[in-house]
Structures are given as structure tokens and as C-alpha cells.
Write a protein that binds this ligand. Structure first.
Ligand SMILES: Nc1ncnc2c1ncn2[C@@H]1O[C@H](COP(=O)(O)OP(=O)(O)OP(=O)(O)O)[C@@H](O)[C@H]1O
Ligand SMILES: O=P(O)(O)OC[C@H]1O[C@](O)(CO)[C@@H](O)[C@@H]1O
Ligand SMILES: [Mg+2]
Length: 529
């Protein structure tokens, strides 16, 4: 399945020169006149992504124009404008029923009035998206718009409760669906969505079972949700509602939304799920349905654009420590021990990089964004030989999407269209064993694959807080009348973003970033090419 949507955009200059995705965001300085190019691109952050593609209108910037910054900002504001149900329907707002000062809905004479509670977010409140002023395009990780790397303010919409809402809570039917793979914190988000909906006064809340599949499978009934049902679900990992990949067509899903009379749909999932959510939003608009579709990004891979992090990532990194520590102990205790750990990360190496950094026990960290070779001079096997000779042991951490070019290319896809990756962990284990055998040096290789253990667990404290805020903000967004948007954290502020902006491509580790450099400093590994 592919989703296509149109937005106005001006690309950023990303001077990343390393890695195989260097053709992603090419420099845009152009002294030619303002010109609009319409193009379609299939994003390839790393080697294996499914077929999410977004059609963007890319405007080249004439930096000789004294007003180029103004034009850039106008375009930026258009891109990040939040779609609203009043774009297509004539709906009048009403005072909110959400207040922390009153026991009941505002205006029922039971508590404070809106005038005395300053807990609302103004629609014109903004958070700053980019906070570093890079002095030069050659600064580590620099993202520049123009050749001088000028700083241009880029503002996005602040998340939170609004004074005016666009739904009558007593009449609302809200639904929650969780799609894709598991992620620590799914239950925390479900729980907070239910709590917050009830705080507004919503009584009719249901869960859709097993992802998008639950919309159209007669055997999968809606699950009634309430404070009582969700009270303790955060104590366990997984999803109360179940997850799945693949599923019905967008039009069938929207038929089902119509038949079930759902007014608000909360969609928890990764980039694929968000592509689906955006397509559902588009279809609802086409049919002039008053439905708010709001996403909450879920992925341990942390591969959603623009956000500081996604929920589940911290927990996955923490959980990965246990596997790394075991690999270290095994390597340390064996004669010429080599511990090898494979972690998730289909397109992005964030889990591997952060787990390596935090453990401090890793000698080699391999991520999809940085190609490596095994054989020959400067190859990884040669470096392992060196580590065994000098330290007597080595610990390697590899992301599942790393080194895919070393494996036989797979044409198989999962139910959602994601390419089924080759097993780089098993391949490396075999190659390392073969190599040491060939050179006549004993090596005791211990391979650990904790893949599902790092994501089937309960959220840690920091993720639990993130889930709480995101779940609450998702409900505030729906009541505020937004649709086709998602919630996130940017520079430690909570924001709403239009879905196409966050799924244009998977977010990747920048091999020119300070974080990757820190990781290299910590492991001490050389380049393997
Ligand atoms: N381009 C798309 N358009 C519409 N729906 C999509 C698209 N890609 C995926 N989906 C649907 O979204 C759901 C989840 O997609 P996917 O399996 O890719 O997981 P994900 O949301 O990316 O999460 P994860 O991080 O676990 O991979 C599936 O039901 C799939 O059919
Ligand atoms: O085995 P499953 O359930 O398809 O999930 C595996 C995928 O889930 C992720 O963690 C998130 O997309 C990927 O890193 C990984 O490829
Ligand atoms: Mg995905």
C-alpha cells in the first residue's frame, strides 16, 4: 500500500556526506528564480523500508531575494498547519468541558469558570522546532537552509487543551486502535486516552482489536473501555487490544468507521500506521465525515521524524543493557570470547547506538546508516583479530538493518509491505567463526538475539511519563477539532504535527552527528571500509 499526499515544502540542506542515504536531502542552494518542482520520491533512509511515499512540492529558494526567509517561513507555516474539521464542515465551537479546577464540566456551577483557570493552550501558541544556530554547514550534524547557514525560526503548534471544543462529549463515540509491532507503553497510552476522554465527559469508548484488521473482521468485536477496565493495564507490557500488520483497505476501514458511528479515532503505531491514519483522515474528509483521526507515534526504533524520541525507545534501550551485559560476561569469561548482540532497528540504528553508548561495554557498534565490510584490510574481521590479540575479548552490537548489502537480497515482504530483512546477526556469527578457524586462532563466539525481549516489556518510568502526556494530548487534539495529526515531543516541548511531515522518511542516525561521534569515541572502533 502506498499513500500519496501533497504538501508545500522547502527542503533542508543536510550536509551529511557519509552513509548510503546521502542522496536524501540534497543541498538546495540555488540562485535561480523561485521555481516549483513536483516530484515523487520513495524514501530510502537505509536499505529496507516499506513503500511509504509522499509526493511533495519542493520549492527552490532564491537566496538573492531579500525576502527569502519570509517566503520560507510562509511555506513552513503552510506545511505545519494542522488540518481541522472546520476546513470541510461548518461546526461551531463550544466551551470546553475539560478543567482541573472543577469537579464537573465547566459552567455547571460546580467549580471555577474558564476565566479563572489558566490551563489552556492558545491555538496561536508555538514551540520552536530547531534550536541550534549552526555557524557553518560543516558543523557536526548541521542542517542548513542557505549556504551561510542562517538561522530561521521554525515554529510548530503547541499541544494541550483548548478553551473551545468541537464535540459534545456526551454524544462522542471514541475508538482506540494499536497497530504494527509491540512497543513498551502501548497500554499506558490507551489508559491515559480513556482517563482523559472520561474527564471531558465521554461515556462511549471502545477498543478496536488487533490493529486495522479489527475494523473489518466480524469475529473481532469492539472492546468497551472505561476507567475500571484500563486502571491497571500499564502494569503489563503488550497491548490490551492486540496488534497486527496488514489488514483491510482504507475504504473498508472508513466504511466501518461510518457504520460504527465513530467520531474520534486514536491510532497508536509507527510510520506505516500513521500512513494509514493519514489515508483514513483523507477519506473521511472526502466523505465529509465529522471524524478526528489523531495519531500517537509508537516505535522502539525511534525512527519518526522531528521528535526528540518516541515512547518505548528508552525502555528498549534499557532492556537491551541486559543482553549486552550478558554478552560482555560471556566474552570476558571465555578464552578469546566474542559476544555478539543483535538489536532491533530496521532502518535506523538508534537502539544499537544508545544501547552501546549507555553500556560502555561495546567494542563495535554497527548501524544501518553506516556501511561496513567484513573482509580484507580495514574490514571488521581484521579489527576483531586485533581486539582478541590486545584485549583477549570483544563485544559487538549490531542493528538488524545493518549490513544488509552483505546478505542475499530478499524480495519477501510482511503483511504490511515491509521488506523481510536478512539475519545479519546469524551471518556475522558464522563469518566470525569461519574467519578465526581459517586463521587458526581460537575464538569462542556467543550470539544473543534479545529482539522481542526489548519490546514486550512494560514501559520504564521515563516512557510511562511520555505515554501519559502523549495520550492526554491526543484527546485534547481531537476535542480541539484537529484531524490527520500526531502528537510528539520536540525540544522537550509537546507539539502537534501534521502526519505527512513526520512520515516523509524514517528518521535516521546522522553519521555526522555528535551522538554517533560520541559512540565511536566510546567504542574506539575504526571505519570498516
Ligand atoms: N502506506 C500505507 N498506507 C496505508 N496503510 C499502511 C501503509 N503502510 C502500512 N499501513 C498499515 O499500517 C499498519 C501498520 O503498519 P506496519 O506494519 O508497517 O507497522 P508500523 O506502524 O510501521 O509499526 P512498526 O514500528 O512496528 O513497524 C498495517 O495494518 C498496515 O497495513
Ligand atoms: O517481527 P515483527 O513483529 O514484524 O517486528 C519486527 C520489527 O519491529 C520493529 O521493531 C519496529 O518496526 C523493527 O525494528 C523490526 O523490524
Ligand atoms: Mg514501520
Amino acid at each position: 500500500m502506498a499513500i500519496t499526499s501533497s504538501t508545500n515544502t522547502i527542503g533542508l540542506l543536510n550536509l551529511q556526506k557519509t552513509g548510503k542515504h546521502s542522496n536524501m536531502d540534497l543541498p538546495l542552494f540555488h540562485s535561480s528564480h523561485l521555481k516549483v518542482i513536483r516530484f515523487r520520491r520513495i524514501f530510502k533512509c537505509a536499505s529496507q523500508v516499506n513503500d511509504i511515499s509522499v509526493e511533495v512540492v519542493k520549492r527552490e529558494i532564491d537566496f538573492k531575494d531579500p525576502d527569502w526567509k519570509k517566503h520560507f517561513q510562509e511555506d513552513f507555516d503552510n506545511r505545519f498547519r494542522l488540518p481541522h474539521i472546520t476546513d470541510i464542515l461548518d461546526v461551531k465551537p463550544r466551551p470546553t468541558t475539560f478543567s482541573l479546577k472543577s469537579r464537573g464540566p465547566l459552567g455547571d456551577g460546580n467549580g471555577a469558570s474558564m476565566d479563572t483557570w489558566y490551563g489552556y493552550v492558545n491555538d496561536d501558541d508555538r514551540a520552536l522546532l530547531k534550536v541550534i544556530k549552526f555557524a557553518s554547514p560543516n558543523s557536526a550534524g548541521a542542517e542548513c537552509i542557505d549556504p551561510d547557514c542562517s538561522w530561521v525560526e521554525q515554529w510548530v503548534h503547541r499541544a494541550g487543551p483548548r478553551k473551545q471544543i468541537y464535540y459534545e462529549p456526551k454524544e462522542v463515540k471514541a475508538a482506540i486502535v494499536t497497530c504494527g509491532g509491540l512497543c513498551p507503553g502501548l497500554n499506558d497510552v490507551i489508559r491515559q486516552i480513556v482517563f482523559t476522554l472520561e474527564k471531558y465527559g465521554v461515556k462511549n469508548i471502545v477498543g478496536i482489536q488487533f490493529g486495522y484488521r479489527g475494523f473489518c473482521d466480524e469475529n473481532l468485536r469492539e472492546v468497551p473501555l472505561s476507567h475500571q477496565v484500563v486502571q491497571n493495564i500499564n502494569l503489563a507490557g503488550g497491548s490490551l487490544l492486540g496488534v497486527s500488520r496488514g489488514g483491510p483497505s482504507i475504504s473498508d476501514i472508513v466504511d466501518s468507521i461510518q457504520a460504527k458511528a465513530i467520531d474520534m479515532l486514536f491510532v497508536l503505531g509507527g510510520n506505516g500506521t500513521h500512513a494509514g491514519a493519514n489515508a483514513i483522515h483523507d477519506e473521511c474528509r472526502k466523505r465529509k465525515m465529522k471524524v478526528s483521526v489523531v495519531g500517537v507515534p509508537k516505535t522502539i526504533d525511534n525512527d519518526i521524524q522531528l521528535m526528540d524520541k518516541t515512547f518505548g525507545f528508552d525502555t528498549a534501550v534499557e532492556e537491551a543493557q541486559r543482553a549486552i551485559n550478558s554478552a560482555y560476561i560471556e566474552a570476558q569469561s571465555a578464552y578469546h570470547g566474542i559476544g555478539l548482540v543483535k538489536l532491533m532497528g530496521r532502518s535506523s540504528g538508534f537502539i544499537a547506538m544508545h544501547a552501546s553508548l549507555s553500556s560502555g561495554q561495546i567494542d563495535i557498534c554497527l548501524i544501518p546508516e553506516v556501511p561496513f565490510k567484513l573482509e580484507g584490510a580495514n574490514g571488521l574481521l581484521q579489527h576483531l583479530e586485533h581486539l582478541i590479540k590486545t584485549k583477549g575479548k570483544a563485544v559487538v552490537c549490531v542493528a538488524e538493518g545493518a549490513g544488509q548489502e552483505l546478505l542475499q537480497k530478499s524480495v519477501a515482504t510482511d503483511a504490511s509491505g515491509n521488506v523481510v530483512l536478512g539475519d545479519i546477526g546469524v551471518h556475522m556469527q558464522q563469518q566470525i567463526k569461519r574467519h578465526f578457524k581459517n586463521i587458526g586462532v581460537p575464538a569462542d563466539v556467543k550470539y544473543i538475539d534479545p529482539t522481542y525481549m526489548v519490546r514486550a516489556c512494560r514501559a520504564n518510568a521515563s516512557d510511562a511519563i511520555l505515554c501519559t502526556v502523549l495520550g492526554q494530548n491526543a484527546v485534547h487534539a481531537a476535542f480541539a477539532g484537529f484531524s490527520g495529526i500526531t502528537t510528539g515531543i520536540c525540544n522537550i516541548h509537546y507539539v502537534y504535527l501534521p502526519i505527512p511531515e513526520v512520515i516523509r522518511s524514517p528518521r535516521c542516525v546522522d553519521p555526522n552527528s555528535r551522538m554517533w561521534h560520541r559512540c565511536l569515541t566510546s567504542t574506539g572502533q575504526p571505519d570498516f571500509h
